[in-house]
Write a protein that binds this ligand. Structure first.
Ligand code: AMP
Length: 399
């Protein structure tokens, strides 16, 4: 299937050609014809699948001419995601005369009010700041025709679901609504049955499956040797750019300091850093100024950073879904990626939970030549069910 089949306006086709998109991704193939027919959609899509274009391209095609009134609204859980989606809209809509407003917290509200005064056709917002602006009557949602609730499971985790409901309530009943979520638990299903009208459900990749393009494994090691193993791995691995995830902000800072002391080009991103610092860290990482980004979970979901060759979990994630999301930072848009998790014996129950969740054992690896203090605890892997494909292995190894 090609992009031509969607009948998108030439202005949009030109922009996506310039971005180098040749063919639609599976979620685009499945969702776009339905969205372009005006139907509501509930989509469970993994990160990195091309979900943004799946809702952004139809939005641009449907709105067409500028009216300088908010007619499309996209809700995102985090500032970074909102900024990324707006950036994509601007790129896809480069040859269209539409106007955009990006509304999120952590920055001053004045310029956002000014932007709204000038008129915006498409608003991309995080729920908190949008509610602030609605309360201050800086915008109205009475003309919204196209509503996208993105990463709804994340909004639920972050306690935004009531804000989301309040916002939906202010939109006209007659509208098109799309809801995307990595997982669709009961609460989200209830929200969907209230906010969506006879939605068509689209599944793009099982929520349990790490992206096919990611090769993932764990390195067992005593907790006390994790720093040393980390630097030894960085020396051994041929990484272009790596994200290291840590459980706590403190760990993120300590590892950053440790790597700086070892002359790595590294930056950190977590909730205690200001919006400006987070932005600088992200931009520096994207531009290649820093080859390593150390981050807590705020960076884990949905952020699209091209060419991340390695994801390293300094800790085994406590939440199995986080594992799938984190390793989804690499291997995006069909590029190959490596994901490595450092595992110490205290984390065994988390590891088993992940293996049960993805229904596959994760390959154990030992680093040749590394001076292990004690024989590493490998931890028996969960048995693999026969019916499902295993995580990709590069040759058979002993588990
Ligand atoms: P997303 O899942 O929306 O964050 O997109 C992940 C990455 O895939 C982004 O870098 C997009 O620019 C890219 N992408 C989206 N659609 C396509 C496509 N049809 N062909 C190639 N790359 C794409």
């Amino acid at each position: 299937m090609s992009f031509e089949a969607f009948g998108l306006p030439e202005e949009i086709m030109r922009a996506i050609r310039e971005m180098g998109y040749e063919n639609p991704t599976p979620i685009q193939q499945r969702a776009m014809p339905i969205v372009l027919r005006g139907r509501d959609v509930i989509g469970s899509a993994q990160t990195g699948t091309g979900k943004t274009a799946a809702f952004a391209l139809p939005a641009l095609a449907i709105l067409g001419e500028p009216e300088r009134l908010p007619r499309a609204l996209v809700l995102e859980p985090t500032r970074e995601l909102a900024a990324q989606v707006e950036e994509n809209l601007v790129k896809y809509g480069k040859y269209l005369p539409l106007n955009y407003a990006l509304l999120h917290g952590g920055v001053s509200i004045g310029p956002q009010k000014e932007r709204l005064r000038k008129g915006a056709d498409i608003v991309v917002a995080t729920p908190g700041r949008l509610i602030d602006l609605l309360e201050q009557r800086c915008l109205s949602l009475e003309n919204i025709e196209y509503l996208v609730l993105d990463e709804v499971d994340r909004m639920l985790d972050m306690g935004f679901i009531e804000d989301v409901a309040r916002i939906v309530n202010q939109c006209p009943v007659k509208r098109q609504t799309l809801l995307f979520s990595a997982t669709i638990p009961e609460t989200i299903r209830r929200l969907a049955s209230w906010a969506l009208h006879q939605p068509i459900e689209i599944n793009a990749g099982s929520r349990h499956t790490p992206a096919e393009t990611v090769d993932h494994c764990i390195y067992p090691v005593d907790a006390i040797q994790k720093y040393d193993l980390l630097t030894s791995l960085l020396e051994k691995e041929d990484y272009k750019s790596a994200i290291i995830f840590t459980r706590t902000k403190r760990d993120a800072d300590h590892i950053t300091d440790w790597l700086i002391a070892h002359n790595y080009a590294v930056t950190a991103m977590h909730a205690d850093r200001s919006q400006k610092e987070r932005q600088q860290a992200l931009e520096g990482f994207k531009s290649g100024k820093f080859s390593i980004l150390v981050a807590t979970d705020i960076a884990a979901r949905g952020l699209d950073i091209a060419d991340v060759s390695h994801v390293i979990n300094y800790n085994v994630p406590e939440n199995p879904e986080d594992y799938v999301h984190r390793i989804g930072r690499t291997g995006r848009a069909s590029k190959e990626g490596e994901a490595i998790t450092l595992f110490s014996p205290e984390e065994y129950s988390f590891l088993l939970a992940i293996e049960r969740f993805i229904e596959a054992p994760i390959r154990r690896e030992l680093l040749e030549g590394f001076n292990y203090r004690t024989a590493p605890f490998m931890g028996a892997a969960v048995a693999a069910p026969v019916s499902r494909k295993r995580n990709r292995t590069r040759g058979e190894r002993r588990r």
